[in-house]
Design a protein. Structure first.
Ligand code: ADP
Ligand code: MG
Length: 323
């Protein structure tokens, strides 16, 4: 480990907060953690590579935010309470200002969800950020992909397709990921791509209510497809009910916005299934969290996701070429 590397680690370590269940944090060869009695550990890892998972010109703050957000989103979809994380950084240069801005974004989100950084690794190489996040759930109460039942409603949180519309706008040269846009709708779209909101509170509220859940990282069709596969069921969606934002509609029109909602990735909303008897409870959760929850279809016998209109084409982000 070089001196430069050491001082970068120091800058990051200085930002971490204390948590009673961290017996030993950054500074030793490994951390020591004390999970709560009767809790199960929920563990997930996600890597973001520059130029692949975000435009290379993305500001360091937004990279820091998103690096943690995509991992928190996985904890959210399991219904977990965030606890601890480790951060593996591959950096092309030892740039303290870049690391400080990255940490500003990372810890803004970490502190908001009481997840603490307890270790990591720092190396030189192409820009790549990798987080392993850990959370806890009461034993047996995690939300999983394999619990959907025929007759369930299919729900999604928030609006879908915004991040994909923003990405297309950036590719088309009409959205700048480097700075805030003057136009409020363009800025709303940019923030949906740059700083996704992990739905931690929603995931927790859905314990005992939802039968299955997944976070939408690769697109609704692809991710709901995962629930169907794991639960050995099919799903039927009503595209007219897909929640799309006013900003996406204004930008690309309703038809393209719905296409983005079906196939676009990177929204980090939750898709879940629940018995019809839970509709009242779910509407109450939506009220309490001030987060729209929309019923978009139902779980049926069979396999795959049908959208009513056309036969679903290639699914997932990489095939989303309609805009
Ligand atoms: P080792 O060589 O024993 O793996 P390192 O020199 O890589 O130790 O790291 C020293 C300490 O700093 C360890 O506790 C490690 O977890 C922590 N650390 C290194 N990089 C990071 C990082 N990017 N974020 C948080 N902690 C880090
Ligand atoms: Mg190391």
């Amino acid at each position: 480990m070089s001196l430069a590397e050491f001082s970068l680690i120091e800058r990051i370590a200085a930002r971490t907060r204390a948590r009673a269940d961290v017996v030993l944090g950054i500074g030793d060869d490994a951390a020591l953690l004390q999970p709560g009695a009767g809790e199960q550990l929920v563990v997930t890892a996600d890597t973001l590579n520059s130029g692949v998972h975000f435009p290379a010109e993305t500001p360091a703050y937004d990279i820091g935010w998103k690096t943690l957000a995509v991992n928190l989103s996985d904890l959210a979809s399991m219904g977990a309470r965030p606890s601890w994380c480790v951060l593996a950084l591959s950096l092309p240069a030892a740039d303290p200002a870049w690391v400080d801005a990255f940490a500003d974004g990372f810890f803004a989100l970490a502190d908001a969800h009481d997840i603490v950084l307890i270790g990591g690794d720092t190396t030189r190489g192409p820009l790549s950020l990798s987080v392993t996040a850990m959370g806890q759930v009461a034993a047996g109460s995690a939300l999983r992909r394999d619990g959907a039942q025929v007759g369930d409603d299919v729900w999604v949180s928030g609006t879908l397709g915004d991040a994909a519309v923003a990405l297309r706008a950036w590719q088309g040269g009409t959205l700048d990921v480097r700075t805030a846009a003057e136009d409020a709708q363009v800025e709303a779209l940019r923030l949906r791509l740059a700083r996704p909101t992990p739905r931690i509170e929603l995931g927790r509220a859905l314990q005992g209510v939802a039968h299955a859940a997944v976070d939408i990282s690769d697109g609704l069709l692809a991710d709901l497809g995962h629930i169907c596969e794991r639960s050995a069921v099919g799903a039927r969606l009503d595209p007219d009910r897909l929640p799309v934002s006013a900003a996406a509609r204004a930008r690309v029109g309703l038809a393209h916005a719905r296409e983005a909602a079906l196939r676009g990735g990177d929204d980090y909303e939750l898709c879940f299934t629940a018995a019809a008897a839970q509709r009242g409870a779910i509407e109450a959760v939506a009220q309490r969290l001030a987060l729209p929850l929309t019923r978009i279809g139902e779980v049926v016998k069979g396999q795959g996701v049908a959208t009513g209109s056309d036969t679903p084409g290639p699914q997932g982000y990489e095939h989303f070429t309609e805009l």
